[in-house]
Design a protein around this ligand. Structure first.
Ligand code: GDP
Ligand code: IMO
Ligand code: MG
Length: 400
């Protein structure tokens, strides 16, 4: 059994919580995309963990964790996270493997990330985690992989090459020594991608998406996206094997949030936005930035479901909306005098006017009002829910 969990919006849909819950039925949780730009908060009730790099496998159940070659790894974040989970699951590291072919985020990428964003026509508002630089250097074929750290002279030559290409002056010797000291602490976790595939391919695997379909480099709101195929399409390359998944779970928040710049048709303004942000606790887990907040957008969800091949929906944070008498939902867009329920292109979504329908609010997720809301969303999106998350804790979820 193989399944993928992707976010259907602009990230922060609650993928981490959902993956942790679902991981009970799988042998291993695999990260295939992104890097420490991701922030997946998992609330176990007695403790909370924020995963940036480590797969959100259930720490109470000894599941395996694999960071595939499609992930870019910041050694500092990796070490901090291993230390963090060790407190809750002693020797958790024995369950973790990392692809030797994964690229390493060289520390100066983070400064360049910031400089690059400032030099743009219009800033993206990246997480400043060096993610774009890591994937750019991978594509330029001048990136540094874990396997390069096995050969310090080669790693030093590569760092010098990077300094020449980016025209920066860095102390390659010092950077290398620091990286090697950290690498030594995780060397035992490294595995060739193909060896990992041989071990894992016949097991039950849960592929944990990062970000969301609308931040995918190909189908998202380019250029306001991240640098990977964080949608379901990234699984094969990010795992290095033509894996066939049986189920693609799409996680959607009952409203919409976005961190960073870019179009957001249903974004709320002023106090209305602040109210939803406070109710939902919408502050970035990675950067602490306030998340932009707005209403659910069915037009974008239809697009995200279509482009990700999503086969089953999971709703989160509907409990946050119990404060509202009426819940607005965008059911269509008005563009140039025409009303459209579906779009094939995201390039002009900042010029559209959302058409809202007001749904009766719900006081509980067991009320007829909420049942009607769920049924209507299923009808509109032509796809069924498999789970509804009823609160932040891992066990606050109901199977439909
Ligand atoms: P991810 O990046 O998709 O994993 O999402 P984040 O972890 O960045 O943000 C989701 C936040 O909502 C986290 O703090 C979760 O603990 C929390 N959360 C997840 N599901 C629910 C839910 O159903 N209700 C509420 N109130 N909070 C939830
Ligand atoms: P999770 O996995 C929300 C956004 C950034 C920025 C854009 C590009 O927690 O859902 P990058 O640093 O990737 O070059 O930034 O993407 N972004 C996210 N927004 N959740 C995330 O991850 C994100 N990862 C990146 O805010 O707009
Ligand atoms: Mg997040």
């Amino acid at each position: 059994m193989k399944a993928t969990v992707v976010g259907l919006q602009w990230g922060d849909e609650g993928k981490g919580k959902v993956v942790t819950y679902l991981s009970r039925d799988y042998d291993c949780v695999v990260r295939y995309s992104g890097g420490s730009n991701a922030g997946h908060t998992v609330d176990y009730g007695d403790f909370k963990i924020v995963h940036h790099l480590l797969p959100s496998a259930d720490l109470k159940r000894q599941r395996m964790m694999y960071i595939g070659p499609g992930v870019v790894v910041d050694l500092d974040v990796l070490l901090q996270e291993i230390e963090q989970i060790d407190q809750y699951l002693p020797y958790a590291r024995r369950l973790l493997r990392i692809s030797k072919q994964a690229h390493v985020v060289v520390p100066f990428y983070k400064q360049l990330d910031e400089a690059l964003d400032k030099a743009r026509l219009s800033a993206i508002g990246t997480t400043r985690r060096g993610i774009g630089l890591s994937y750019a250097n991978r594509a330029l074929r001048c990136g540094l992989r874990f396997q390069d750290l096995e050969n310090p002279q080669r790693a030093k030559d590569l760092l010098q090459e990077l300094a020449r290409i980016w025209k920066i002056s860095i102390d390659c010797e010092e950077i290398l020594n620091e990286m090697l000291t950290k690498y030594d602490l995780v060397r035992d976790l490294m595995i060739d991608s193909i060896e990992a595939v041989k071990v894992l391919r016949d097991k039950n695997l849960l592929f944990e998406g990062t970000q969301g379909v609308l931040l995918d480099v190909d189908v998202g709101t380019y250029p306001y996206v991240t640098s990977t195929n964080c949608s379901s399409t990234g699984v094969q390359a990010g795992f290095s094997w033509p894996v066939k998944v049986d189920q693609i779970y799409g996680v959607m928040k009952a409203y919409t949030t976005r961190v960073g710049e870019g179009p957001f048709p249903t974004e709320l303004k002023g106090e209305e936005q602040e109210k939803l942000r406070k109710l939902g606790g919408e502050y970035g887990a990675t950067t602490g930035r306030p998340r932009r907040c707005g209403w659910l957008d069915l037009v974008l969800l239809r697009y995200a479901i279509e482009s990700s091949g999503c086969s089953s929906l999971i709703m989160t944070k509907a409990d946050v909306l119990t404060a509202y008498e009426k819940v607005p939902v965008c059911v269509a867009y008005k563009i140039n005098g025409r009303t459209l329920g579906e779009i094939n292109n995201l390039s002009n979504i900042d010029e559209i006017e959302p058409v809202y329908e007001l749904f009766d609010g719900w006081k509980s997720l067991h009320s007829p009002e909420f049942e009607r809301f769920v049924a209507r969303i299923e009808k509109e999106l032509e796809i069924k829910f498999s789970y509804i998350s009823t609160g932040p804790r891992v066990d606050e979820i109901i199977k439909i």
